[in-house]
Write a protein that binds this ligand. Structure first.
Ligand SMILES: Cc1ncc(COP(=O)(O)O)c(C=O)c1O
Length: 415
């Protein structure tokens, strides 16, 4: 009988290239495949599973709320949305929140808000608003968003694209200032670039960008879909630089690892540009997502998961450095968001992930040379130690294989 994987390959679009493992169950930091083998999840669904798989507290909130009231649309008030938005604003220090579902939708919301703010508040001539973004950005897969990507594959075949974006090198505050014109509405930036390969800008960069934006009356919008909610060791990654952006986007972990829940948050002056009918989503702000999102925020704060990410992240990054593997060119990250840049003479990132899989570690390559390690924030010191042992074994195996391959190649061919 055909397996679920075979059905997926036969009936699905091939827009992903998954590792050869068929998962069926998750609990905490572990996942199990259909043959019963257990893996340590060092990737957390691209940072969406911060609270661990099937977190019992969140599952309880989900099931109770699902049995009571799940979807109503925003045509009506519900008893769940208001308290969720209040908590979101209080936790992040923002004035207002607009709920959506996916990260890309939150970013689309940010783009619409920034443009409308430019026309209504900054008096940019209609149709001329510009948004500055960074080379290497990743903000999702809608046509507008891939239109301002610098990654050829994300754009290839999907044009024409929306105008109104300028891209500058990430980490270069002067380039931002040079790109600003009287028509610039916003600077949209990830505090740490995730999908680009966990790129951490130099210290002071975001604070300089914030000052430049203030000077030129340009909105600073931090895309914290991946870096937000404790992932980098602070509640928001922008807090590492003491920056309060004009607006932020959140997603991924906001759904507690159970549902897609995202939000665009902003200062009141920015959010007030939206009038009834300007923007919306059938599912955005639904009572089920609101209840789970609220419980996730509470857990994040009550269990001090941002601090935990900083502590566990130190163990992880120090342990990776102590491997002293010749394969490792660079270890980059903060909190529990790490990228290990590999020397391709030993193995590609893909091959490394395949080897890690055999050693019971789930991770994912990003680009050709970077393997990410971003486990759930609830990971324990013991689990990190066992992950490091397995990573050490996998890297040792790959290093030996590369050495053998080189010595075989170097041997003279027998006549
Ligand atoms: C910084 C950032 N913004 C936006 C997104 C898009 O989120 P989603 O895949 O939920 O649309 C991602 C996804 O990886 C992201 O890393």
């Amino acid at each position: 009988m055909a397996s679920a994987t075979e059905f997926e390959l036969q009936y699905g679009a091939h827009n992903y290239h998954p590792l050869a493992v068929e998962l069926t169950r998750g609990e905490g930091c572990y996942l199990w495949d259909t043959s019963g083998r257990r893996y340590l999840d060092m990737m957390s669904a691209y940072s969406a599973v911060s609270f661990g798989h099937s977190n019992p507290v969140l599952v309880n909130v989900l099931t109770r709320q699902a049995a009571r009231l799940a979807i109503t649309s925003r045509a009506f008030f519900t008893d769940q949305l208001g308290p969720f938005l209040k908590d979101l604003c209080e936790v992040t220090g923002m004035d207002r929140a607009l709920p959506m579902n996916t990260g890309a939708e939150a970013v689309e919301t940010a783009i619409k808000a920034a443009r409308k703010w430019a026309y209504k508040v900054k008096n940019v001539p209609e149709g001329r608003a510009e948004i500055v973004v960074c080379d290497g950005n990743f903000a999702g897969r809608t046509t507008t968003i891939v239109g301002f990507s610098s990654e050829a594959q994300y754009r290839d075949g999907f044009g024409p694209f929306a105008p109104g974006f300028r891209s500058v090198p990430f980490g270069d505050a002067q380039a931002l200032e040079a790109a600003i014109t009287p028509h610039t509405a916003a600077f949209l930036v990830e505090p740490i670039q995730g999908e680009a390969g966990i790129i951490v800008p130099r210290e002071g960069y975001l604070a300089e960008c914030a000052a430049i934006c203030r000077r030129h009356h340009v909105l600073l919008i931090c895309d914290e879909v991946q870096t937000g909610l404790g992932r980098t060791g602070k509640l928001l990654a922008s807090q590492h630089e003491g920056v309060r952006p004009d607006a932020i986007t959140l997603g991924k972990a906001l759904g507690g690892g159970l549902l897609p829940v995202s939000a665009f948050l902003a200062r009141a002056e920015v959010m007030e540009v939206f009038q009834p009918g300007d923007h919306g989503s059938t599912f955005g702000g639904n009572p089920l997502g609101a209840a789970v999102g609220r419980a996730a925020l509470k857990m994040l704060v009550d269990d001090r998961l941002a601090e935990r990410a900083a502590q566990m992240g130190a163990l992880l990054s120090e342990g990776l450095a102590q491997l002293e593997s010749p394969m490792i060119r660079d270890i980059r990250g903060k909190g529990l968001l790490w990228g290990v840049d590999l020397d391709p003479r030993y193995a590609s990132a893909r091959k490394t992930c395949e080897t890690l899989l055999r050693h019971g570690i789930l991770s994912k390559d990003t680009h050709e040379t970077v393997v990410r390690f971003a486990p759930p924030l609830v990971i324990t010191a013991e689990q990190i130690a066992s992950a490091l042992a397995a990573i050490g074994q996998a890297f040792g195996e790959l290093t030996r294989c590369a050495g053998d391959a080189r010595s075989v190649k170097a041997e003279p061919v027998a006549a």
